[in-house]
Ligand binder design. Structure first.
Ligand code: DAH
Length: 339
């Protein structure tokens, strides 16, 4: 008897069908109460006790194999008929292809690097996990320098020499260490600061650093470059430079762009002044050049740094910086860009 069931199992494994009717007939034959399952169930009484266990197991195996066979045959017949339907009907409308949207940070970053690429700046990148030298010391910010307090830093607990970079100025150090002037480079990237998260600030954000080193580079070159940039990005050519302080530049300035006071929004954004602060800049301090292996007697240069997130908020009238990192599709899909 058990051998007979094993033969059935082999049959089931071999079976194929090309119509739903054939599958149904197969199911009735093997799995229905009137079919083999019913027959074996009533047969159980006559099986000698010592064989009952093996008999039961073999019948169960047959049931499993047959059930799986029915499911597999049904699925493959359905697939086949679906595909036939698709390819038979040439008037069927195509499936729409969903296009993703670029993130506003990427859009603004690409706009900025594209503008500077037109006047000869290349793009350079550096690590987000930095050492003290590249983030601070080489930038004229030695240990215990009070200006370190301007940037609340995440240090790695087990090694105070390692930190999450607080600005992309670290990339200018790396670039100068590895390249000889003339240097014209733009370094976009993510930076980290230990700040409370709110609508206006976050513990990580994005910056673009710019660096230009050559013979006879002057403050006038810096001003012209920045004015070209604001005209291209914002369509605003009126800028002003306010004296400021950064340890890595001397002299240093804060750059404001004249946004205007035409609309209600302009008033709100500029707090009624018409001016918006957009970046810091200055002439690279000779100490920084020396630290990076460049002779300050032969070369001079300028640097600037700006926050991409703030500019994205400005350009797209986004009211809360947290939206930029929450990955809400309803927010993200509103952005379309060729860049
Ligand atoms: N690193 C500065 C910051 O994070 C921004 C900056 C200011 C960069 C002036 C510069 C610069 O290169 O010259 O606040």
């Amino acid at each position: 008897m058990i051998d007979k069931i094993k033969e059935h199992i082999a049959e089931v494994e071999q079976f194929t069908a090309d119509s739903p009717e054939a599958v149904e007939a197969f199911r009735v034959k093997y799995l229905s109460k009137k079919g083999l399952m019913g027959k074996f169930a009533s047969e159980l009484r006559n099986v000698p006790n010592e064989q009952k266990r093996e008999f039961g197991q073999t019948v169960n195996k047959l049931k499993t194999v047959a059930t799986e066979k029915v499911a597999a045959l049904k699925a493959s017949l359905e697939n086949a008929s679906e595909e036939k339907g698709i390819y038979d009907d040439l008037t069927r409308p195509g499936e729409p292809i969903e296009l993703g949207a670029r993130h506003p940070i990427s859009i603004v970053k690409n706009q900025i690097t594209e503008i500077f690429s037109r006047i000869g700046f290349n793009v350079s990148e550096g690590p987000e996990i930095e050492d003290d030298w590249h983030n601070f010391t080489a930038l004229n910010l030695p240990e215990y320098h009070p200006a370190r307090d301007m940037q609340d830093t995440f240090f790695i607990q087990t090694n105070p020499d390692i930190l999450l970079r607080t600005h992309t100025s670290s990339v200018q150090v790396r670039y100068m260490e590895n390249n000889k002037p003339p240097i014209r480079t733009i370094s976009p990237g993510r930076v980290y600061r230990n700040e409370a998260i709110s609508a206006r600030s976050h513990c990580f954000f994005h910056q673009v650093e710019g660096l230009y080193i050559d013979k006879n580079v002057s403050f006038a070159d810096l001003k012209q470059t920045l004015q070209f940039f604001t005209t291209e990005l914002f369509g605003k050519s009126k800028i002003r430079l306010r004296p400021s302080y950064f340890p890595f530049t001397e002299p240093s300035a804060e750059v404001d762009v004249y946004w205007g006071l035409e609309t209600e929004t302009d008033y709100r954004m500029t707090k009624g002044t018409g001016w918006l602060e957009i970046m810091g800049c200055g002439m690279v301090d000779p100490n920084v050049l020396t630290n990076c292996g460049i002779d300050p007697e032969a070369y001079s240069g300028f640097a600037f740094g700006m926050g991409i997130d703030r500019i994205a908020l400005l350009l797209h009238q986004i009211s809360d910086i947290r939206l930029l990192s929450e990955n809400d599709v309803r927010f993200l899909e509103q952005f379309r860009s060729a860049l």
